[in-house]
Ligand binder design. Structure first.
Ligand SMILES: Nc1nc2c(ncn2[C@@H]2O[C@H](COP(=O)(O)OP(=O)(O)O)[C@@H](O)[C@H]2O)c(=O)[nH]1
Ligand SMILES: [Mg+2]
Length: 327
């Protein structure tokens, strides 16, 4: 039987995991008929008021993000009684079975827990890309009553920034001796993070990890505090030995308490909503123009002219724009 949008909404609000999963698949679909139902579902789900914390976790492949989420997630469910949703984005893999299986085995405890929902997010190259479906998935999960949302992203380019823009707390999982350049510690990441957690601080690696913490702390001193007035924290942890996980959660809770009391938490979410609106609107406008056959043709012609040195790129853009607006 085909589900109506009403069925979907009822299922999601009742935390029916099967229906939630199907709804997310609709959201990821590019078929117009799916998109139409997806929009109706989303419109209802956005209205649901919840008091969640959204945590983004980034770091180079192999830093231990999935293992860390397994440890943190298990702690949150078992010790704190939370329900959690885990969204994993891997922009490098086009949803290969390999990476999903890999994540599932890293999260073997979590994936069997009743109060946990794990969803790998598809990454597609089309307009809207990674963030659109991930953010909408997040909204559906919150409507389904999941209280903590953990989003795993590979620290590569745009996806990292997109995730930062949809979470309340952004955490970099680093490791000792992997090279600052590689881990993004020297580029923009320092200004983006609320905590840097040096993972794999176990066995022979403990001393090195402590040293890395001190180095990162020294580097962090150079950055002024952001509007939240929160001072980014740096600590070690071992996801495999379950050490430091509790402290990481304390840090996230402290952040939430501070940011909620000084209003930054709410402000930040509003700012994010406006950003989503602006991005979505510009994508829609662009899509609208690009769907027009004549416009596409015109663009192709001009691209050829630019390649042939018959036109400079600026003049070409102006010409096309003026022509479209006149139509
Ligand atoms: N020694 C040690 N190894 C870890 C720890 N966390 C993860 N690993 C290992 O690091 C490898 C990559 O972990 P994974 O969670 O898949 O990393 P991801 O690519 O960042 O998600 C795996 O072999 C893990 O077992 C840790 O705390 N200590
Ligand atoms: Mg992983």
């Amino acid at each position: 039987m085909k589900l109506t949008s009403r069925d979907y909404i009822k299922g999601i609000l009742g935390r029916d995991i099967g229906i939630l999963s199907k709804a997310i698949t609709l959201i990821e679909s590019e078929k117009e008929e799916h998109q139409a139902i997806a929009r109706e579902i989303l419109t209802e789900c956005v209205k649901v008021k919840s008091n969640t914390i959204r945590v983004g976790i980034t770091g180079v492949p192999g830093a231990g993000k999935s293992t860390f989420i397994e440890a943190l997630g298990s702690y949150l469910v078992k010790e704190k009684g939370y329900t959690i949703a885990v969204l994993a984005i891997d922009p490098s893999s086009k949803r290969t079975k390999g990476s999903i299986l890999g994540d599932k085995t890293r999260m073997s405890n979590l994936s069997t827990m009743k109060d946990v929902y794990i969803r790998p997010t598809a990454s597609s190259g089309v307009l809207g890309g990674v963030a659109k479906t991930t953010r909408e998935t997040l909204i559906l999960c919150e409507a389904a009553g999941f209280e903590i949302i953990l989003i795993e992203t590979v620290g590569v380019g745009q996806s990292e920034i997109e995730v930062k823009e949809m979470v309340d707390f952004f955490l970099l999982l680093a490791i000792a001796g992997a090279g600052d350049e590689l881990q993004g510690i020297k580029r923009g990441i320092m200004e983006m993070v609320d905590a840097i957690v040096v993972n794999k601080a176990d066995g022979l690696n403990i001393e090195n990890s402590e040293k890395t913490v001190r180095e990162i702390e020294n580097a962090l001193h150079l950055f002024p505090l952001g509007n939240s007035t929160w001072k980014p924290q740096v600590i070690t942890c071992s996801s495999i030995e379950n050490k430091g996980i509790e402290t990481v959660w304390e840090i996230i809770e402290n952040y939430a308490t501070l940011a909620r009391s000084n209003g930054y938490f709410q402000e930040n979410r509003k700012k994010q909503d406006i950003q989503v609106f602006q991005n979505f609107l510009s994508k829609k406008i662009l899509q609208f123009f690009l769907e027009n056959k004549n416009t596409r043709l015109l663009i192709n012609q001009y691209e050829k002219r630019i390649a042939d040195n018959a036109e400079d790129p600026y003049t070409a853009a102006y010409k096309i724009f003026n022509q479209i607006v006149k139509e």
